[in-house]
Design a protein around this ligand. Structure first.
Ligand SMILES: Cc1cc2nc3c(=O)[nH]c(=O)nc-3n(C[C@H](O)[C@H](O)[C@H](O)COP(=O)(O)O)c2cc1C
Length: 194
């Protein structure tokens, strides 16, 4: 099979990581791949904040747990967010799965392609990581809570620009245990008009 296609088909979301940090050169390659993603009108207005400091990551986790505890649930709420509240009540909850690296991707608040551009950059991050045998997972909690006051003040201390919102994040690290099996893909999502 074409190696690029094989890389796409074999990438999985990884939720168990070794504590060992990824190599600086690997991180550099992954960030380079991120920056080469397409962006609307070539705006490249994204920002990649790489957090590798365990104390800061733990502190961020505590603020995310705090935000979950203040979250008022209603019937229309996205189910992962509802499930997150229950999970975060547990002392052992860690939203980034104790990955040694978290790349937070932010973009300008008012920019209409903010999420689309970030999605493209994050997918490049995941595929580059996989090509280097590094596990990765999309982490969404900071997109939900980036306007929560204590979370935002921590994000500001990490130098995420004030006029940015968090659009997604990537947990990265060497994989502990087996690579998870692919979840089956839904049928009927393609329609070819010839
Ligand atoms: C927008 C988006 C948000 C996601 N948020 C999370 C998350 O917060 N935590 C998590 O463990 N996985 C998250 N995921 C990963 C999905 O659960 C995963 O991609 C899906 O189950 C398919 O599995 P695969 O990535 O192994 O193919 C997210 C994926 C996307 C695209």
């Amino acid at each position: 099979m074409n190696p690029i296609l094989e890389n796409i088909l074999t990438r999985r979301s990884v939720r168990k990581y070794k504590t060992e940090q990824i190599a600086d050169l690997e991180l550099e390659s992954i960030l380079e791949a991120a920056k080469y993603a397409p962006s609307g009108g070539n705006s490249q207005s994204w920002h990649f904040t790489v957090v590798q400091n365990t104390d800061k990551l733990e502190e961020l986790n505590q603020w995310v747990r705090n935000a979950f505890s203040n979250l008022v649930i209603d019937n229309t709420m996205y189910r992962s967010k509802k499930a997150g509240k229950a999970a975060a009540a547990n002392e052992s909850y860690n939203f980034y799965y104790h990955a040694p690296t978290l790349i937070i991707v932010s973009n300008e608040r008012e920019y209409s392609n903010a999420l689309a551009d970030t999605g493209a950059a994050l997918q490049n991050i995941f595929l580059a990581a996989h090509a280097l045998n590094i596990g990765s997972c999309w982490i969404n909690q900071l997109t939900w809570f980036c306007d929560d006051i204590p979370v935002r003040s921590m994000l500001t201390s990490l130098r995420i620009p004030e006029n940015h919102k968090v659009c997604g994040a990537a947990a990265l690290g060497y994989i502990a245990g087996n690579i998870p099996k692919a979840v089956s893909r839904k049928e009927g999502t393609v329609h070819i008009v010839s």
